[in-house]
Structures are given as C-alpha cells and as structure tokens.
Design a protein around this ligand. Sequence first.
Ligand SMILES: NC(=O)c1ccc[n+]([C@@H]2O[C@H](COP(=O)([O-])OP(=O)(O)OC[C@H]3O[C@@H](n4cnc5c(N)ncnc54)[C@H](O)[C@@H]3O)[C@@H](O)[C@H]2O)c1
Length: 886
Amino acid sequence: MDHYKLFIDGEFVDARDGKTFESIDPGTGLPIATVAQAGKADAEAAIEAARRAFDNGDWSGLEPAARAARIYDFADRVMQQGLRLTVTESMDSGQVVGLAKFMPMLGSGILRNLAYYAATRFPWEEEIPYSGNVFAPGRDYIRREPVGVCVGIIPWNFPMSMAFWKISHAITMGNTIVLKPASATSLSALIIAECAKAAGIPKGVINVIAGPGGELGKVLCTHPYVDKIAFTGSTEVGREIMKMAADTVKKVTLELGGKSPNIILDDADMDLAVEGACFGTFFHQGQICESGTRVLVSSKIYDEFIDKMKKRAERLRVGYQLQPTSHLGPLVNEVQLATVERYVKLGKGEGAEIVTGGKRAEAPGIKGGFYYAPTIFAKVKNKMRIAQEEIFGPVVGVIKFDSDEEAVAAANDSMYGLGGGIFSSNHARAERVARGIRTGTIWINNYHAFGDFCPFGGYKQSGVGREMGQSGLSEYTQVKRMHVAYYADHESNFSMNILSDNTKISSFQYKCPTNVIAGHGSLAAIYKEIVNLGCRRALILTDPGVRKAGLAQLAKDALVDFCVGIFDNIAQDTDLDTVDAATGMARDLKADCIVSVGGGSVIDTAKSVCVTLKNGGRANDHVALFRLMEPQTPHIVIPTTSGTGSEVTNVAVIKSKIAGRKVYIVDLHIVPNTAILDPRFTMTLPPGLTATTAMDAMTHAIEALTSTLSNRICDGQALHAIRLIGENLPTAVVNGKDEKARLNMQIAATMAGWAFTIAQVGLVHAMAHTLGILHNIPHGTACGIILPKVMRFNIDHAAEKFGKVAQALGVDTAGMDGRKAALSAADAIEALMTKVGHPMKLRDLGVPEQSLGICAFHAIADTPSLFNARPVNDPGQVLEIYKQVH
Ligand SMILES: NC(=O)c1ccc[n+]([C@@H]2O[C@H](COP(=O)([O-])OP(=O)(O)OC[C@H]3O[C@@H](n4cnc5c(N)ncnc54)[C@H](O)[C@@H]3O)[C@@H](O)[C@H]2O)c1
C-alpha cells in the first residue's frame, strides 16, 4: 500500500508523533493507502513555515508576472501527473473516472488562468482620481497587497479541484498557504504538493497537512500567525470556523452548504429541463454544495415532468467509479450513506412520495461500497425538512408551484442561497425571475457550469465572500489606501490647521481652464468655438428678461444653423426643477452643447444641465463636490450681467426645494469651455441690476482676497477686479451704453470669478445664500448690503489686505495706521454703493426682523463660511451682523 507524507516547509515528512491513518476506497470499502496523520505540532510547524516564507518576501515580494511564470511551470507538472492524479482521485473519493479525468486539466487551467489574470489584468494599483476630500489635496491611490498566511480547509466531495482552487488563489496573489484536505480524501492534495515542489515553488509557500478536521482546525483557525481562512464545507462547521477566527480577527471566506432551487417554468423545453434537473441533482452522486436539490416545477407541466424525470433517472447507471460506463459512483463513505438513508426515511414520514430510488444500489461485480440509487421525491412541500436541509446525496424533491412569484418566494424560503437554475424558453422571463432570487449563482437553461473568471459563493448562510475571477482574487488581498500630500507644509494643511491658530493656507494649485474671448464683437467667435468643441446642435439657455432685451436672438443669429432651440424659463436664482426642465428639452432636441446667455442664474442652470445631460437622471442626482471624472457636455457662456463670474468658475449654485437650501455642484469639469465677453450683452442691463450684480463681483474679489485659501495669483486678480469695478461701475450705471466701462466690468467679474474658484468666498456669501433661499433676496443685492459689515467683522484678520482694497478703490491711505486703512476700505465700499444707488438695508427689501436668528444658524452651516478670514463658529456674531444690516 502506498504511504503519503505531510508536506511542510518544502519537505515530505511523517507526523511528529508517527501517527498514520488509512484512506479507504468508497467503491469497495477497502483501504488503498496510509497517510501521515498531522497533529497540533505538525500544524504549528506548517503555519510557522508559511509565515517565514511569507515574511522573507521570496514569493510575496515577486512581481505578479514572475510568480505567474513559476505557476505555469507548476501547472505543467500537474499535467505530467495527470493520469496518476485521476486514478488516485477516483479511487480515493469515489468520483467516477469520466469526471475525474478532467480534474488535472481543470486544475492546471485554474493555476494558469488566475496567474495570467493577476499578471496582466488585476488592478494591483488604482488611482483615485478625486479623493472627494477637498481639504486634503494629494495623490490618492489604492494598492492591493497579499494578505499573508492563508489556511485552506477543503471538503471531501471535490478534493482535487478544491485543492487547486485554494492553492491557486492564495499563491497567485502572493500569499502562502497551509492546506488541510478532508481526512477521507487527502491523497490528491499531497500529489499536487509534489508538483509544486518539482516546479521550484519556494519552500513554505505551499504546505499540506492531513488529519482530523476538529483537532487541526482548532490550531489553524486560532493561530496568531494565520491571516486568512478560506473554508469550503458545511454551514455548521463554517459557523464554528468563524467563531474560532474571531479571537484573532482573521479575514474569513466561507463557501458553505446549499439547498438550491432549480425552477422549471411552464414554457421550458421539456427534454432540456428534465436533463438539467437530473444533471443538477445526480451528478457526482449529488455530493455538490450547489446541486439543484429542490426542483420547483410549474403545476401546468408537473405530472408530465415527474414522469419523464423518473424515466431519465432510472436510465442512470450506478457502478464502480473506475468502470468507464458508470454515471454515478459510490458515496464518499458509510457515514454519508447513513445520512442519505436517514433523510429518505424522514421524507417518507413527512408525506413526500418516492417516485424512484429510495434505496441502496449495488455496483455490478463489486462487493461492498457505499452506493445509493438516484432518488426522486414528489409531493414535496418547501417547508419539509427534506426541502430545507442539505442531504448531500442523490436525492431530489420536486415541488409544485402556480406562478412565477410563487416560485421565487419558495426559492427564497431557505436559509441557503448558493446556486440555482431556471429553465424556460423565454430568456427575458427567466432573467426576471432570476433577479428575484437571493443566491450567488443562477444558471439559465444550464447547471453546474463553472468558470475560472466567474465568481462563485453564497448569499445568506451559504457563505461569505467569493472565489474565482477578480472577486475571488480580491479576497486574497488587503486594500491599502495611499495618500501622498501635495505639499510638505503644515501651513498648507487645512485639516491640521484645526489644531493650530493658523487659518491661512500658504501653498496652492491654480487651474482655471476657460477659453476667454473678450472685446467688441467677440460674439462672432462663437461659430468657430462650437466647431472646435466638436458640436453642431446648440441649445440656448436664457431667461425671460434677457430674451426680452433681444440678447438670445443675437446669440441665435451668430450660431446660424447650429442652434436647435431656446429654453428661457429660468427664474432669478434658479432651482433644480428648472434644470430638469431644461435638460428635458436638451434631450428632446438631441442637443450636443449648451450656450448660456444670461447672468449667474442662467449660467448655473446651464452648468447643471451639462452635467445632467451627460450623466443621465435628474439634476438632484448630481449635487456633489468633486465627483465628476471627465469632461461634461460642452458649454459656451455669454454673460449678460456685471457680476457673476460664473462663466469661469467651478461651481453651480442652485436652490433645492427639498433641502431648503442652495446646493452646489463643485467640480473642475463644470468649468465652462468658453466665455465670450462681448460688451453688447451687458449694455441693456438696467442701472439697478448693474449695481447689484457688480456688488456680487466685488464680494467675490474681496472674499477671495481675504479667504483662508487666498494666494498670490488670486490676490493680483482680485485687486485688479476691485480697481476696475471702482473705476467703471459709476459710469456703467449712469451710462449703460459706455462700451469701455461695460467691458471693463465684464473683465472684472471674470477675474473675480477666477480668484474665487481657487480661493473660495466667505461669510458674506453664506449670509447672502441664506437670504436668497429664505427670503428670495437676489444674490448680488444681498452681497452688497452685507459686504461692508462683514469686512468690519473680519478687520483684525485681514487688515493688510483691506488696506490694499482701500488703495484699489482710490483711498489715500498714506498716514493711516493699518486698522484705519482697513476700515476705510469698508467705508469706500459703502460710498460706492451709495453713489450707484445700491440698496443698503434688508428692512427695505421686506426681510422680517424676527427671522434673522434662523438666518444666522442657517448661514453658519453654509460651506463658504468655512473659508472666511475670521473663524465663524458663533451664530450670535452672525445674528449681530444681520441686525446691523437690517
Ligand atoms: N456659479 C457661480 O460661480 C456664481 C457666482 C456668482 C453668483 N452665482 C449665482 O448667480 C445668481 C445671480 O446671478 P446674477 O447676479 O448674474 O443675476 P441673474 O442671472 O439672476 O439675473 C438677474 C436679472 O437680470 C436680468 N438680466 C440679466 N442680464 C440682462 C441684460 N443684459 N439686460 C437686461 N436684463 C438682464 C435677468 O433677466 C434677471 O431678471 C445667483 O443665483 C448666484 O447664486 C453663481
């Protein structure tokens, strides 16, 4: 009789205490080999070897391609041993030779396929384009690394293929493994170990120990050196393994039992369904976890189906497993045979009816062995124990159902969720039914079809995790998030600053990619810009006031035949419903780009339309910060007010009725492609709107200049914008047709927009947004009224910058101390507002005084207040400002 030894640390060794056990041929009941029986000390030695092998990096440190090359060699050695593996497996486990002959080929296939996948496709490193954390700029990426020492514990039903599954996943991903086959069927795993040794897989990477599961399992699942356990077997043992692994918090994947439904719909091809039901159950004597042992059959075809299935089952040949004509061999051992007999008795007792089988079988010419006849139960109810408990033998229960819904409900009425089949001549119907079933695999018009790249595993108590394919390989890795900060400067670290008194961020990134075309008649450029963007079907977005002023028509004429329509139903301070309506029109007209003609309300609507058009769904689906990964629908902007700057910014501000707030889409990918600053488009803006929209731009410039994120590029833009507004606003208000003043105001707004895209804004915006949402106060108007008061509130946190603002506004600060110069800036703003007739009090706009408290709480939670020069944590202070401007 052959003797098999344990494989530990690259050597074949006997157990330390010299114990052995016999392996029995279940087809005859006679012993065929002796095997060294590992004990605690052997298990520990194997784990220690695996730990050393992992930690020394000889395997885990190799590139996946280098590991793959060694694994291909291993796979070749398996093929060399193919005949020996087949015969040994068949004799040791009872697997019929017609099946066992494929196993070495499939085993070497999974070794090769997974290694190839890992070397060529597996995402070992993945960039995270946006971390979603605006406060922590840097490179973020994911590295997948091996888990470490893995334990594989496998069952007796498919000893060879289970050994290949566990070994291939573990070593492909750079881990080491201790494999424990079932003691009834250890031989093939030990031959596989010979192949690994011959291929030069480094010592300790693969270890195989045979012996009793209870004793060895305890060591393997509790040893602190073990990082991961992969177990295939019963749910009962799986639960124990999970508990044992809990103390040292190991990663655990479990592939457990099943009672899988195989649903035969009334439109199934009858012969195929009968074949599928028999194959799904009797293949390998029904000793497969995902067997379709609950056959659910439509009541319309039930009797005919039972009749045909009975005839088919009775044609199956039970025989010795090495006999080439055998369809079914023996069960694995006497214990399993007894279990099957017990369940058959139980089924009869529950009222199910034996259609065929229900007794032991004899293999022709063989004495002994553990054979059982293919057995069909009819009149089975899903609640019966034979329909709920796993039998693991050639026994199937056939259950009747009346509707697809009833079939789905019965299929799901199980603690298991491993596999399942659906037979139907209508794929759409079958897939609909399949979607309702909570199980890890569904085969339509097929059964037991596995693939190296197809994930396998269970829902519910059928398991945790998956094997095979990328999902399976991922289970054998840890995910490491890597973050490399942009700046090695704690003063540039927004989060670290929470623990310091420094609020100023010193380093910065500047990216403002809009193509700006400015000047008299620059509208003409739109024709070429559309072509440059690869577009032909522009939808114009505008509002009724702008349309009435003839500006939408002006743009339409310039677009010649590239304009497919005009959407003008945009109210001041737009909302998400408006975005949805405009998107609907763009979809109907198959628009491929958006041209927005208007102020911030129109432009922000258009930005949101571009995102919704590109990504589908509704506008509200896309409210988010830094989430878009690619360019959006092309967008050309023609601003018509004196102030928004939105034509170059990375933000869209939209009212949300449900949230009761202004919400934001912030992303570099919503920055418009082109901004055309043609002064003709602002000449029609009435004086009042000229003043209020200009104060929005002024606020952008001053808040960006003084924000915690301000920087030297923005500072220059902001100060120049302030200077241009101070110099040109009075003229633009008095004489709207002054083209030079109008163009300078547009340029100022754009520069202020660039400044705030990079440096953000502050408390004025938070307070103005609040008045917009709670009291419909136009944004620019609110900004203007609040700005000077917030400047005074911030005075000690931005004195030097405010001094420069004063100078930009023409104040002679010579001889003033820093604080006085700073305060003079707020005075100069108020003087400018008075000069251009800007509203000064909220009371005049109908804001009730008693609402100011709510406004203060609301404003403090609005994002811009985060970047205010002076930290804003006290709603009382904000209320005080609101009161001053009331
Ligand atoms: N995304 C950003 O970067 C950004 C920046 C600032 C403001 N905003 C948002 O923009 C909105 C305010 O935009 P706005 O101040 O530009 O005003 P607006 O777009 O709301 O327009 C105000 C009014 O002016 C009229 N109008 C505009 N141009 C005209 C013209 N040339 N002739 C005659 N009438 C004209 C409009 O019909 C409208 O009634 C707010 O919702 C604000 O939150 C966004």
